[in-house]
Design a protein around this ligand. Sequence first.
Ligand SMILES: Nc1ncnc2c1ncn2[C@@H]1O[C@H](COP(=O)(O)OP(=O)(O)OP(=O)(O)O)[C@@H](O)[C@H]1O
Length: 237
Amino acid sequence: MNLLQVNIRAAGYEKDEAKIKDIDFAIGRGELIGLIGPNGAGKSTTIKTLLGLLPYKDGEILFKENATYSYIPERPIFYDELTLWEHLDFVAAVEGLDDRTYKEKANKLLQQYKLAEHAHEFPGKYSKGMQQKAILVLSMITDPDIYIIDEPFIGLDPNAMKLFLESIEEERKRGAGILMSTHVLDTAEKVCDRFLMIHEGQLQAEGTLADIREQCSLPNASLFDCFHQIAEGKSNE
Ligand SMILES: Nc1ncnc2c1ncn2[C@@H]1O[C@H](COP(=O)(O)OP(=O)(O)OP(=O)(O)O)[C@@H](O)[C@H]1O
């Protein structure tokens, strides 16, 4: 069974005012799905719908029984009075994680992401990239079944980006399913199994790169070319 089954007929910020329509997809174990589309297409709105954050939703969002998820927002928010370690302790307490196991994992992640020296500082005062790395560490500490990630690459330096890609590869091998919205199409093309291309609140193409090429009638095109055709084709109508 899929980790997450999504059938959104309509959703939006006000009753009966749909910003997205007819968005249907599923995420299986170990799958990385790229949510792609131009500014204002409805990517964040789709993510907020999955998280149950929108006031208006018509449709079904079905998480596999007992499946857990981590949400990584585009702009992380931290508690002002907590250091990164205190954030980790807080997550561990809320999730009931075993003390020794989570501390070992946290130490490893903090080392990997070069945050160990800053773990007793307030992440609210970190640089943008450090904040992004801190939220990744916090999201991975619980070993979730599903990751829902809104544009992870903003602010990451090339090393951190490589590290992030390695981390998600490890998480996929563990069986986690990942939905990741991004504008970094050359990277998405390399790492994602499948894509959801949305424009003006609706799915315009979906599937593997081969499927997307076929749906766009662009054999051998890059994801960027397909994106361009969908975004431009529609806005020129
Ligand atoms: N809080 C909000 N209240 C009302 N409308 C909103 C709100 N947030 C987004 N929208 C509208 O919903 C539509 C989809 O926006 P959304 O933020 O989902 O786009 P996106 O694909 O994530 O874009 P971007 O790539 O710029 O982040 C847009 O028309 C936008 O104006």
